[in-house]
Design a protein around this ligand. Structure first.
Ligand code: FES
Length: 169
């Protein structure tokens, strides 16, 4: 069993690195057309996939962001501060997974994704029938007043109940 592996998802040569501007840079891999965001501030670089954590939407520049640190998802308008990798809308919610930025001896850089070993993918099991009362599922309701999760209500799942949970904001 291997705990983690990694792969280089984007390489930039020294010329491309020198052309990175302060703030947000959108880059596309010429190999597979996948998109990435590189944020530069005081010579330091942060990077992530250009892929929203909600449902995989593409980020674009947020024209309401005067600091030049926030991108906006084109699907449902979630916002991500790429200087902190924290989603700011919805507030206090998710953190974007960062890519490692590795500088090469030639002055280029590589964005490296760490791939966490997933036992569900490595050793998939056949679905099994749930028995009546075997599982209890809790639901929750988001209230606009507190921006918190409240009102937990367990209910039994049986043959006539749902066998999966869908979460949504
Ligand atoms: S996919 Fe980004 S907000 Fe829904």
């Amino acid at each position: 069993m291997t705990a983690h592996s990694s792969k280089t998802v984007l390489s930039l040569d020294s010329e491309a690195v020198l052309s990175l501007k302060d703030g947000i840079n959108f880059k596309k891999s010429p190999d597979d057309a996948k998109c990435y965001i590189i944020y530069k501030e005081n010579g330091e670089l942060k990077a992530c996939k250009n892929q929203c954590k909600h449902q995989g939407g593409l980020f674009i520049k947020d024209i309401e962001d005067l600091d030049g640190r926030t991108v906006r998802c084109t699907k449902h308008f979630w916002k991500l501060n790429v200087s902190t990798m924290q989603y700011v809308n919805p507030p206090d919610s998710f953190t974007q997974d960062e890519l490692d930025v590795v500088m090469t001896d030639e002055g280029g850089l590589q964005l490296v994704e760490v791939i966490v070993w997933d036992p569900w993918l490595a050793d998939p099991q056949d679905p099994q029938e749930l028995q009546e009362g075997e599982v209890t599922v809790s639901t929750s309701r988001h209230t606009p007043h507190t921006h918190g999760w409240t009102d937990l209500r367990p209910f039994p799942v049986g043959k006539t109940g749902c066998n999966y949970i869908m979460t949504s904001w």
